[in-house]
Design a protein around this ligand. Structure first.
Ligand code: DHB
Length: 310
């Protein structure tokens, strides 16, 4: 049984998509809803529709992917409309609405729209988009993160969490956790892509993707140890009421098992879902169940956070 929960929200499977992957259109979102995933998250929305960066803006790599999509999305109204219809049709299947933004004003305006709506799922505030030229990631600026969350939670009362970039220094985990613990967050989602990698086509000596001179976020197997460390580090530092969502480097059931050992309550799948489609959830579910059976576990709660150290 792969049942899990965040606060009062119940999910019958730990797997879901990572925002950005196969969640751009209502048809794609419906496909996720019909898959074996336990829930889904919409493409990070800005207030207005955006076309994003020029193509090619995603490339498959030997061990993952590189992307610089540039926040193409249909605009908040489109995804909010989808979520409102979805919750009417599936009252027992809570979903996540992802929100990104290019400024504090836009972020707060979108939060007000959601606050004033009938949306009753979870909101993922994305503080970690690496791909909009000239717009640094909020999650790497600790003072700005403090300011954004202070302004947000001065009025926002709906269940929400944040999507963070990867951190690499233990002092960063200490500082970010101290900020996050001040707010009524239901979850923290680690990690977004490894920002601003570069890969080169050996035939042509050319960068693989077009935007930003070839720089883009790295996902897939490259991200696994970083994702594990980020989930573990926050599990050790955050108020236990704040659940962890583990994202990064999942290509098989054991990868998901590892993220759960590190403390994840839900596991998001990005690059693998892009490459395999929603059938990936069927395979991952089977493989995670097999690992659990080998270990003698019947439930996620039997091993969540139970990483052993030497
Ligand atoms: C995009 C990429 C991200 O990693 C993210 O968090 C949001 C948007 C993008 O390029 O569209």
């Amino acid at each position: 049984d792969l049942h899990t929960s965040i606060d009062e929200f119940q999910f019958d499977n730990v797997f879901m998509n990572a925002s950005g992957v196969r969640c751009y259109t209502k048809d794609e979102l419906d496909e996720l809803a019909e898959s074996d995933a336990g829930t889904l998250v919409t493409k990070s929305a800005t207030q207005a529709k955006r076309l994003g960066n020029p193509s090619p803006r995603y490339a498959r790599l030997e061990l993952g992917s590189i992307n610089s999509m540039g926040l193409p999305n249909e605009g908040l109204e489109y995804y909010l409309d989808y979520a409102l219809s979805f919750q009417k049709a599936h009252p027992d299947k809570p979903i996540f609405l992802s929100v990104a933004s290019l400024s504090m004003e836009e972020n707060l305006a979108m939060a007000h729209t959601i606050e004033d709506s009938d949306f009753n799922g979870l909101v993922e505030f994305n503080l970690s988009c690496p791909n909009v030229p000239g717009k640094p990631q909020t999650g790497y600026d600790f003072d700005r993160t403090q300011e954004v969350l202070t302004n947000l939670f001065s009025f926002f009362t709906k269940p929400a969490g944040v999507k963070l970039p990867p951190y690499f220094d233990l002092a960063q985990f200490d500082q970010m956790a101290a900020i996050l613990n001040q707010f009524p967050l239901k979850f923290v989602n680690s990690i977004n892509s490894l920002g601003n990698g570069l890969m080169i086509d050996p035939e042509t000596d050319t960068a693989l993707i077009k935007p930003k001179g070839g720089f883009g976020g790295i996902g897939g197997a490259y991200a696994k140890p970083i994702a594990l460390a980020n989930v573990r580090a926050f599990a050790q530092r955050l108020d236990p009421k704040i659940r962890l969502i583990g994202t990064g480097g999942v290509t098989n059931g054991r990868d998901a098992y590892d993220l759960i050992l590190a403390g994840a309550s839900l596991v998001q799948v990005g690059t693998l879902l892009q490459e395999e489609g929603p059938a990936a959830f069927t395979r991952l579910t089977r493989e995670l169940r097999a690992v659990m059976q080998t270990k003698g576990y019947n439930a996620i709660s039997d091993f969540k956070g139970q990483l052993k150290v030497l």
